[in-house]
Design a protein around this ligand. Structure first.
Ligand SMILES: *[C@@H]1O[C@H](CO)[C@@H](O)[C@H](O)[C@H]1NC(C)=O
Ligand SMILES: *[C@@H]1O[C@H](CO)[C@@H](O)[C@H](O)[C@H]1NC(C)=O
Ligand SMILES: *[C@@H]1O[C@H](CO)[C@@H](O)[C@H](O)[C@H]1NC(C)=O
Ligand SMILES: *[C@@H]1O[C@H](CO)[C@@H](O)[C@H](O)[C@H]1NC(C)=O
Ligand SMILES: *[C@@H]1O[C@H](CO)[C@@H](O)[C@H](O)[C@H]1NC(C)=O
Length: 221
């Protein structure tokens, strides 16, 4: 039997060995998986996951969940699976624990409702398959409870950072616009001088027209 906590990779490797007959004595091996952990907010409900697999099959598999309360193991839930695919008879010893596993998926996970900071710590999923000479198998899961306020603090810092980023971005935009504006002004002054020169031409035209007027005036005189 192989108990699997999330993040364990050994399970396939180990499973091949007993099946190929290498482990003639008991024919089984165990993987506790990597010690995995989850962070959850106080007041929330968390899934404590655990699955099992066995190469030789199971019969009267006994399992339980225990909480390590500073060295003392507190039983949370226990059950027996008569054979593969048959749902277990479970006993729950904790008011906020609910068994949510299913033999169809080799799942013996539990839910822990409305967690508090006292729920922080190690949860051990234990199983024993009589077919495997009663060998004990377990996988441990660490629960870390975080304050709701810390989550808000995180969003606050994200907010502050994004606002700061926005302000810096705005300053950059303003600077760029200013720089462009200066160039535009220079272009404008250039066109202005162009206009001045053209108005100079206009003046000469005016002068010409003036001359024409003078010409017109001369016949009068
Ligand atoms: C989480 O803990 C904080 C601090 O102890 C408390 O003020 C808050 O009410 C708790 N939240 C929930 C949902 O229990
Ligand atoms: C945990 O156990 C240690 C000694 O084993 C003890 O000093 C400590 O006070 C205990 N903590 C709690 C929270 O019970
Ligand atoms: C969890 O908390 C909610 C709201 O406080 C309550 O209605 C519910 O009964 C609690 N569930 C358990 C299993 O304690
Ligand atoms: C075990 O069952 C629970 C509840 O149905 C589900 O949320 C979880 O994903 C299952 N885990 C696996 C590994 O199938
Ligand atoms: C297996 O665990 C049981 C407790 O459930 C214990 O009594 C027994 O000694 C353990 N066996 C081995 C081989 O560690």
């Amino acid at each position: 039997i192989v108990l699997q906590a999330p993040g364990s990779f050994i399970h396939h490797v180990i499973c091949v060995l007993p099946c190929s007959g290498v482990w003639s004595v008991g024919g089984l091996e165990v993987s506790t998986g990597k010690v995995s952990s989850v962070e959850a907010m106080n007041g929330s409900t968390v899934l404590l996951p655990c699955t099992y697999s066995s190469c030789i099959g199971i019969k009267n598999l006994h399992f339980n969940w225990q909480y390590n309360d500073n060295g003392t193991m507190n039983m949370l839930c226990g059950g027996d699976i008569p054979m593969e695919g048959v749902e277990p008879k479970t006993t729950v010893y904790h008011e906020r624990v609910e068994f949510v596993g299913s033999s169809k998926t080799n799942n013996i996970s539990i839910l822990l409702w409305n967690i508090t900071f006292e729920d922080q710590g190690e949860y051990t999923c234990f199983a024993r398959n009589p077919k495997e000479k009663n060998r004990n198998h377990s996988a441990t899961f660490t629960l870390i409870v975080v304050d709701q306020m810390r989550e808000i603090d995180n969003t606050l810092t994200v907010l502050i950072v994004s606002v700061l980023g926005g302000v810096i971005g705005l300053v950059i935009i303003i600077m760029v616009v200013k720089a462009l504006g200066v160039r535009l002004l220079r272009v404008k002054t250039k066109t202005n001088t162009c206009l001045v020169s053209s108005s100079g031409n206009d003046n000469t035209e005016n002068g010409l027209s003036g001359a024409k007027a003078e010409n017109k005036g001369t016949p009068k005189a």
